[in-house]
Design a protein around this ligand. Structure first.
Ligand code: KIV
Length: 274
């Protein structure tokens, strides 16, 4: 019989209980090695479908598949111990019907052992969110800018810039919360609207490009580390790893080309003949 782990991971209800409390810290990760680092400092790790842009070089998240999300979700679960791991439902895996959404979300939970899924969309997804949560699947919502809809939106522009356009976004956030989502990502919306939504809804808001008025924040790890070729304007860089990694690769290539690469004596303490 296997011994259950004594380490307690954060759960969706733990995050839900943080409304108006200590701000929620969330970052993306797609790999075991970055998950281990993020896990030490974050409450939630998001296996975002942004992996399509970051890891695979796609222009949008539309080509990302359920299988891609599951493979990376498993890696992140192996690399982390404490944080709640949330896996994004990719475009095409949940919109057709609530049954399709349940089938896809159940695969994600069973095959990755993560603690929750995230899906994009407001009022139009409320019925699906209620269907999933009623059947034991914790759901994180995502409103405001929803990148999977880029082909109907036409661009990745910030939402709700003018007060006249606030109402549908507020309605979306309320509908998702009422449907049972345990928290909601609100992306690329103006500060007064983010503040209003955060005050109005009973579950934590997690902002990305939506100001400090939210109950927590999320960023794409590679964006804040300075590793992404293109970063949204609102992202503050906390590191500039691109040049450091390139310098290391350059040093390695130089050593190999100049035959200065350390030989086995470096490891085994023996002299090579020659
Ligand atoms: O896919 C992702 O990384 C996301 C965040 C930008 C919130 O959805």
């Amino acid at each position: 019989m296997s011994v259950p782990s004594m380490i307690k991971r954060k759960t969706a209800p733990d995050i839900r209980a943080r409304k108006n409390g200590e701000p929620i810290v969330m970052l993306t990760s797609y790999h075991a090695h970055t998950a281990a680092l993020v896990d030490r400092h974050c409450d939630v790790i998001l296996v975002g479908d942004s992996l399509g842009n970051v890891m695979h070089g796609f222009e949008t998240t539309v080509p990302v598949t359920l299988d891609m999300m599951i493979v990376q979700g498993r890696a992140v679960m192996r690399g982390s111990e404490h944080a709640l791991v949330v896996v994004d439902m990719p475009f095409g895996s949940y919109e057709a019907s609530k049954e399709q959404a349940f089938h896809s979300a159940a695969r994600i939970l069973k095959e990755t052992h993560c603690g929750a899924v995230k899906l994009e969309g407001g009022a139009r997804m409320a019925e699906t969110i209620a269907f999933l949560t009623d059947r034991g699947i914790p759901v994180m919502g995502h409103v405001g800018l929803t990148p999977q809809s880029v082909n109907t939106l036409g661009s990745f522009r910030a939402q709700g810039r003018e007060e006249g356009s606030w109402q549908p976004i507020e309605n979306d956030a309320r509908a998702v919360a009422e449907a049972g989502a345990f928290s909601i990502v609100i992306e690329a919306i103006a500060e007064p609207l983010a503040r209003k939504i955060t005050q109005e809804i009973p579950v934590p808001t997690i902002g990305i490009g939506a100001s400090a008025a939210c109950d927590g924040q999320v960023l794409v790890l590679e964006d804040m580390l300075g590793l992404s070729p293109r970063t949204p304007k609102f992202v503050r860089r906390y590191g500039n790893l691109g040049p450091a990694i390139e310098a290391a690769i350059e040093g390695y290539a130089r050593d190999v080309r100049s035959r200065a690469f350390p030989g086995p004596e470096h490891v085994y303490g023996m002299k090579t003949k020659g």
